[in-house]
Write a new protein. Structure first.
Length: 254
């Protein structure tokens, strides 16, 4: 599976028209989760769009309290119903906590993959050790690992794991909840490129091999701006400056 460089993170989106607008301006990857309580919103927006369903990667995540095998099967069927689809392209383990058991949970995911209920398996918020353990329980590859990743918080070890095992790291909260506009280094680089700090943050993320991102946006202007950030070309020196920013702001600790 190859994900688009910029997809749409939908946490907090409550209006189907936002999804339809995102598809109209060019998004082809929609990311939601059972815990977001908006899968039906995403499904309604997808159904109202003129974009062919097969052209869109629809991803959702099984929450930590539903990771026993019977619950994985039940809640995935419920997600399909809410999304209005008969097939989920990418299904994630949202967090490896609570009811997560590597053998049981991933065995259920593998079963869903084998019967074509899901197209690919992903994980989210794992450590490198947890990734190694997960791989030992799967005969099919993990295609994506979704983690918090922005100039103020990211893991070089998780990035290296994605690159070494050749899957995609999916960066959520790429704008650090808006805090990137408060970082002098990012602001200075943005001014040099006549663009915004948000665009620089997205461009820096995309400069890293095997990394894609899913910024959330609601207005058409911001949706288009996040897509346009793909055109910002940062120099190696600028990327190194951002790499060296203190990583002190984790928005979603366990």
């Amino acid at each position: 599976m190859t994900l688009p460089p910029v997809g749409l993170g939908t946490m907090g989106i409550e209006t189907p028209s936002t999804i339809t607008t995102a598809l109209a301006v060019g998004y082809r990857h929609l990311d939601t989760a059972q815990i977001y309580d908006n899968e039906a919103v995403v499904g309604e927006g997808l159904a109202a769009s003129n974009v062919d369903r097969e052209a869109v990667t629809v991803a959702t995540k099984v929450w930590a309290d539903s990771l026993r095998a019977v619950d994985v099967h039940r809640t995935t069927a419920e997600s399909c119903d809410r999304l209005g689809v008969d097939h989920i392209d990418l299904l994630y383990v949202h967090r490896p906590t609570e009811s997560y058991g590597p053998s049981e949970t991933l065995g259920a995911f593998a079963d869903l993959h084998a019967d074509d209920t899901i197209g690919a398996i992903g994980v989210s918020n794992f450590t490198v050790d947890q990734l190694d353990e997960a791989r030992s329980h799967l005969s099919v590859p993990i295609v994506a690992h979704q983690v918090e990743f922005h100039p103020l918080f990211w893991s070089a070890d998780l990035l290296a794991d994605a690159q070494n095992h050749d899957f995609q790291l999916v960066a959520y909260s790429p704008l650090a909840g808006g805090h990137v506009r408060e970082v002098d280094t990012v602001v200075e680089i943005a001014e040099a490129h006549n663009t915004t700090p948000e665009a620089v943050s997205v461009a820096w993320i995309l400069s890293k091999p095997n990394v894609v991102t899913i910024p959330k946006a609601s207005s058409r202007r911001h949706l288009e701006a996040n897509l346009a950030a793909q055109q910002v070309q940062l120099s190696d020196a600028e990327c190194r400056r951002i790499d060296e920013i203190d990583r002190t702001l984790e928005l979603y600790p366990e």
